[in-house]
Unconditional design. Sequence first.
Length: 601
Amino acid sequence: MSTNGSIPFDISLVVVQKFIMENAEIARIFYEIADLLEVNGENPFRVRSYRNAADVIDGMPESLKTLAQKGEDGLKGIHGIGDSIREKIFELLATGKCGLLEEILKQMPVGILDILRVSGIGPKKAGALYSALGIATLEDLAEAASSGKLRLLDGFGEKTEAKILRSIKSLKAMSGVFKLSLARPYALTLTEYLGKVHGVTACEAAGSVRRWKETAGDIDILAACDNAEVVMERFTTHPDVKDVIAKGAAKSSVMLRVGIQADLRVVDEKCYGAALLYFTGSKAHNVALRDMAKRKGLKINEYGVFSVKGEKWLAGKTEEDVYKAMGLAWIPPELRENKGELIVAQSKKTFRLLEIADLRGDLHCHTSESDGSYSIEDMAFAAMSRGYEYLAITDHSKAVGVAHGLNEERVVAQMERIDAVNAKLKKRGKNFTILKGAEVDIRADGTLDHPDGVLDRLDLAVGAVHSSFNMDIKEMTARIVRAIKSGKIDVLAHPTGRLIGAREPYAVDMEIVMDAAKKHGVALELNSYPDRLDLNDVHCNLAKHKGVMVALSTDSHSVYNFENIIYGVHTARRGWLEKADILNTMPLSALLRHIRARRGL
DNA sequence: GCCGTTTTCGGCCCGACTGTTTTCAGTCG
């Protein structure tokens, strides 16, 4: 059964599994195994299998631990996970360890993984560095590069040394991953600039920015032009460019001053669609698409779709053409992750995901009464100018002291002010309603920070965790479930508490939370603040599968924050959410009916 | 190591650029 030095694992141990591992952790271990095997010169297809399994696990809405509870069959039938990797998942769940990884690490230091992050160093070079010079950490590598030892090795020269030193420096300065809200504006600036270059007929951002992934490693730009040289020249001399990494006739890469890499591809107008599809990715989507093409006797690359016999060009001018030639509906970029979109596209005419125009209001915002910057009226007019029908004012409760949280008296006073403003709006003939809400703190014991009497008088109660983030998963899950079971909250805000790149999500079992939310009719928020995006795309998809409504909100603290809804909308689309899955696509009357019914009124 | 409309063996996506070579391996997306 077990090969290549992995410790034989007794599947009967599954019975006593401790369930200590989340999907992300298991995926990370398989990524590490793939990288290390590759450095070790293993069979590339074996390497790919581990990496592919990690991709699959990373994007799964169900947790492996839950599936494993169903016994040995619980993990069967997951595409990309066969007998060997399934066995290792059970082992990880039961023991928290992976014998194979431990075996590999006996022969190879863990620092190799850092070395692989250096630009220009792949598995082959990392392996050569380790076996020839014993280089095992970033520090070793920096030392060897600056002292000129690297150029003694075959395949390494002066330029490589300099490049390695530059890359180590920028790796240390940056985590290497940028929030979408940082990458996207740069992508838009560059595409607008290049779009104006004479002869450019189309130019747009591709890659993870176009797929609206929450973080981007770099910016990919595609342009159609018959004079690539001019476009490349303009690109590499843009004032935001710090370094030119590569410059060719079809492809160039630059490092921007802000520290993010941008790549430009220039193609002929005739194959713009094929190239756009190709460079939008994801990689997993492309691989699956090519595989599908092959089975149909076609070949697909960035230049178009070709018949294998005779290499006849069939399509490529637009993405629609390419998908059509494959017998598929056009797939929205947000779905291109090889998570079933290709199968659905075979039987669909069009995908109907959530659109920003479907939204009727916002259900989470703050005023200057707590930690916001504007008045009730200011926030209401900002929401109105977006075409909304309603806005819930949800200031913090007293437990959130740093945010000047409101006590019972202040909430009651605020409700009276909202009534007065609503009356004024009605008098002026505005078809707009401010909902009386609160973001009530869920205390460490799961009780709520406003008395029931206050919560019952609100139009909308949003519950949220703001403290004691370090509880273990059992305590935190019980805390949140208790708040849901109280029957006093209508929405659970930012359900995992994460801040992208700054704070890990707290330990919480989202499946248990969602089951409770479903039972008690509580919606889970997708907080659109670009640092949060919480629920994330995978959790949105889980909510859809479990039939839990999602409240799409901005958590605006200023009149300008309502713009952030765009990040939430596209995250929801990445989770396959449609209009009917979102609470605030309901018109006001339906929303109020829904909340009353939930409260049993 | 995984998978199957080529189904239990044999294949697994593909092209551009760089730095090192002197025709190409390695890296990257």
